[in-house]
Write a protein that binds this ligand. Sequence first.
Ligand code: BTN
Length: 321
Amino acid sequence: MKSKALINLLSDGDVHSGEFLAAQLGVSRTAVWKQIRRAMDEGVKIETIRGRGYQLLSSVDLLDREAILAAVDNGYHSALSLVVLDEVDSTNAEVLRQVADGVSGVPVAIADCQTAGRGRRGRVWSSPRGQNLYLSIGLTFHGGFSVLDGLSLVLGVAVANALETLGASDIGLKWPNDIFLPSGKLGGILIELQGELQEGVVQVIAGIGINVHMAEAEEVDQPWSSLGNASPGINWSRNAIAGNIITAVLDAAHQFSENGFRDFHAPWQRRDIFAGMPLEARNGELHGTGEGIDEAGNYLLRTEQGIVPVRAGEISLRVVQ
Ligand code: BTN
C-alpha cells in the first residue's frame, strides 16, 4: 500500500488534521489529500471531517516486516531472507527469482496483493489488496524428487496447526492440501519445483494463500470462507498469521526431512473432510467411499473391488453429487 505511513498515523482511530499529517509525513497538504484519495480507492474507509481532518473508520491490517519477524520463532531469524512487498505478480514467482539470483538463506516473500496469483491446475488465485495472506517460502530437500512424496500433505498439516494455534477451529484438509472450513475453502497451497540444482538437491517453492479478511469475491467460482467470516471475534492479524505459518512450515520441513511422512499421518487423517464421503476419481472411472490416506499420503477409496489408493498426480478427487 503506497499510503502505508499515512494509514499508520490514522490507525489510532482519532481525527487528525491535514496539517498534522503533512508535517509528520514531510509532504504538502495536497499530497496528503492525494494519498487519502488513493487509500480510499484501494478500499480503506476514511472519513473527511470538514474543518477538522481525517479519521479512519475501519481497522486496517497492514503488513509489517518487523511484526512478521516478531511472530517467527527466534531460532529461524538469522536463516530467513524475508521480503514484504506492496504488490507482486506472484509470491511464488518472486521466490523463484530470488533462488535464481542465488539468495542466501531461506527465501520468503509476502505481498499485500498479487497481480497474477496462481492456483493449482493453472487456475487464477484471487488476490485482492490488503485482505488476505499471500506467502511463498523456498525449501531445500536432499535425496532427489522421491523425498517429496507426502510433502504437500505435510504442508497442509503445518498450515492447519498454525491457524489453530491462533484460535481457528474446525480446520479441515481436502486431499491433498486444500485448507477448509465447514463453510468452504479457506486457503490453498501451490507447490512448484525448481528442479534438481545439484545431484539430489531439490528446491521446492511452497506458495500459501489464506483468506483472512475477505468478505466478498465475485470471481471465485467455488464455496469459500475466510478467517474473519468464520471467527469474527478474533482480531486477525496477517503479520501474526504469516509469522506462525513460517515457523510451522520450517518446523514441519525439518521433521519431514528427518522422519519422513509418518509423524504427519494421524494429524492429516483427523482433519480429512472426505472421510466416509461418496467420491469419484480418475475422471469418474473410479467410485468409492473416502477411507483416509495410506503411509505414503495416497488417498484410499473403498470400492467394490476393495481399497484402491489414488496418487497425488492422478485426477483430483471429488465428492459425487
Ligand atoms: C490452490 O489452487 O488451492 C493453491 C493456491 C495457492 C495460492 C498461493 S497465494 C501465494 C502463492 N503465490 C501464488 O501465486 N500462489 C500461491
